[in-house]
Design a protein around this ligand. Sequence first.
Ligand SMILES: NC(=O)C1=CN([C@@H]2O[C@H](COP(=O)(O)OP(=O)(O)OC[C@H]3O[C@@H](n4cnc5c(N)ncnc54)[C@H](OP(=O)(O)O)[C@@H]3O)[C@@H](O)[C@H]2O)C=CC1
Ligand SMILES: O=C(O)C(=O)[C@@H](O)[C@H](O)C(=O)CO
Length: 277
Amino acid sequence: MTAAATVPSITLNNGVTMPAIGFGVFKIPDEDMNATVGHAVTAGYRAFDTAPMYGNEHSLGRALAGSGVRRDELFVTTKVSNEDQGYRSTLDAVDASIGRLGLGYVDLCLIHWPAPARGTYLETWRALEQLYAAGRIRAIGVSNFKPDHLHRLMEVAAVAPVVNQIELHPLLTQPAMLDLHRTLDIHTQAWAPLARGRLLGNEVLQVLAERHGVSLAQVVLRWHLQLGATPLPKSALPERIRSNIGVFDFQLDVDEMAQISALNRNERTGPHPDDVH
Ligand SMILES: NC(=O)C1=CN([C@@H]2O[C@H](COP(=O)(O)OP(=O)(O)OC[C@H]3O[C@@H](n4cnc5c(N)ncnc54)[C@H](OP(=O)(O)O)[C@@H]3O)[C@@H](O)[C@H]2O)C=CC1
Ligand SMILES: O=C(O)C(=O)[C@@H](O)[C@H](O)C(=O)CO
């Protein structure tokens, strides 16, 4: 059996450390969760990304509790759904998430979408700050925030977001967002890092994969790491779960990074943040 990958940690702006790659569980059904988490843990993943919207917080929590990995070695992220935004409703919703996960506390909790038409992300943030101060969440952040949402939040926030989890892959490279995150000391997490399969067969990536003796997906995930972003690949297949984390023993050079970034087409696989209510 292949040895588990050794995954470096990154330090968030509040001093909490987080593995440099995480495992996304969107669309992992409850009945498959134990086996999938088992494969992920064996491969070396310690960070897991879920949300109430995925309907699998309970099965993820149970699978992690039974995984044999100590709680303090795990890093579990969940989110506040759009319909739960608001001060009181966020307190209740996060309480419910912590209960479903059953792991005592959450490592990172994000506002899932800014949902600007609701006008409630600032009061939602105030509730997350309170849960953070109470020690129920080790770090708080946002997801799918555009620059104007981030600036508005930073104007009033007592606690700065540690991450902004955005769609990021070679078809959607978001250089301005990455620059802004660096300026604000907010770490970038990348959802749909593999563009949900749309990159398979890409010739530029295929040439790089062959040159380095790795898979196309590994080239893409390595590109994320070298950009300073934390990718959250999802796979239901043991072989892909294992290989997707094998990205810490090769290096892309400056020209190779540029070739990958040049694939940008500003193409989203998911909705634009302003369109999600
Ligand atoms: N904050 C947010 O708004 C969002 C957050 N997310 C998070 O990001 C995670 C990942 O995003 P997701 O949308 O799943 O997209 P991904 O880019 O991770 O793509 C997943 C798809 O790629 C396939 N795949 C995985 N590994 C490989 C490989 N090595 N070779 C070929 N195909 C592969 C998977 O198929 P198979 O399973 O068959 O291997 C699946 O179809 C989610 O699980 C979730 O945690 C996602 C969307 C929005
Ligand atoms: O997975 C998530 O966290 C999402 O919000 C996405 O599913 C998003 O709603 C989407 O891309 C739907 O196609």
